[in-house]
Design a binder for this molecule. Structure first.
Ligand code: 13P
Length: 291
């Protein structure tokens, strides 16, 4: 069933587990994520960037695919359809397209006051329409869809100012990076996370760049208030690895394995397996209707 993400994240924060928020790239990606969520009986967030939505020919296509698959696959666990790193304009488009949750990423605005003003307006609109809303303070490192930030650490006072606007969950930089982590990565900054949690209370916090962070660090972050863990690269890497292995083994040349349903199946099976493993690592399995 499609829901907004507020209730599941509140329950996750209270219950000290993390909800996986997986980025989707196409219909099969969405189907694989839904399969993993249903098999583990976990609430899940399917999210999409503007770039991935452009690839799929628009936010409405993405939302309609999620909605229709939830129906046709008889998905019983709660599923939220969320915009990832949206601009101010993207948020309006996703509200119209039928998303159940939006993220306004005002962390790149030159002036913090612009982040505050836009977030305030979008909180009001999202809540009027029954959607949940995520905001962001402090750029996250790495590059995603051409947007680069230097992995700055979020200022706890700025986090408190955005939290007060009534957002449902908040992304805050704590040394995390999108994409693979470099060998010399310093790890998550737990002092910063603790300082942010101290100023934002019960508000569920969001860990972007969740791919490749050692499990102990993710679980420590969860113990300090993180309730949503964003994963994109890790599913892409497992799809790539399995697809490459299939082709390198020469199996693609056997029988009718040129059929995309056969050629791409190992990759999509790998997404299901990786997603199930992460859901279990975060402790969300069996938490389908914990709220
Ligand atoms: P990764 O690609 O590093 O998993 O990050 C995903 C993310 O944070 C989406 O917002």
């Amino acid at each position: 069933m499609l829901v907004n993400a507020a209730g599941m994240l509140k329950a996750a924060k209270a219950g000290h587990y993390g909800i996986a928020a997986f980025n989707t790239n196409d219909l099969e990606w969405t189907r694989s994520i839904l399969t993993a969520a249903e098999e583990t009986q976990a609430p899940v967030i399917i999210q999409c960037t503007a770039g991935a939505a452009k690839w799929q020919k628009g936010f409405k296509v993405v939302a309609d695919v999620v909605r229709d698959l939830v129906d046709s696959m008889n998905i019983t666990v709660p599923v939220a359809m969320h915009l990832d790193h949206g601009s101010y304009e993207d948020c309006f488009k996703c509200i119209d397209a039928g998303f159940t949750s939006i993220m306004y990423d005002g962390s790149h605005e030159a002036d913090f006051n612009v982040n505050v003003e836009h977030t305030k307006e979008l909180v009001k609109l999202a809540h009027q329409k029954g959607l949940s809303i995520e905001a962001e303070v402090g750029g996250i490192g790495g590059t995603e869809d051409g947007v680069t930030a230097q992995g700055e650490l979020a200022d706890p006072d700025e986090c408190a100012a955005i939290a007060e606007l009534g957002v449902d969950f908040l992304a805050c930089g704590i040394g995390n990076i999108h994409g693979p982590y470099p060998a010399n990565w310093a790890g998550l900054n737990f002092d910063q996370l603790a300082a942010i949690q101290a100023k934002t209370g019960d508000l569920p916090l969001v860990l972007h760049g969740g791919s490749g962070i050692p499990k102990e660090q993710v679980l420590k972050a969860v113990s300090l208030g993180v309730a949503k863990i964003n994963i994109n690269t890790e599913l892409q890497l497992s799809f790539h690895k399995a697809t490459r292995a299939f082709i390198e083994s020469g199996k693609d040349l056997e029988g009718k394995n040129y059929d995309p349903r056969k050629l791409l199946k190992p990759g999509f099976d790998a997404i299901v397996e990786t997603a199930e493993g992460l859901i279990k690592d975060f402790g969300a399995d069996g938490k389908g209707w914990d709220f």
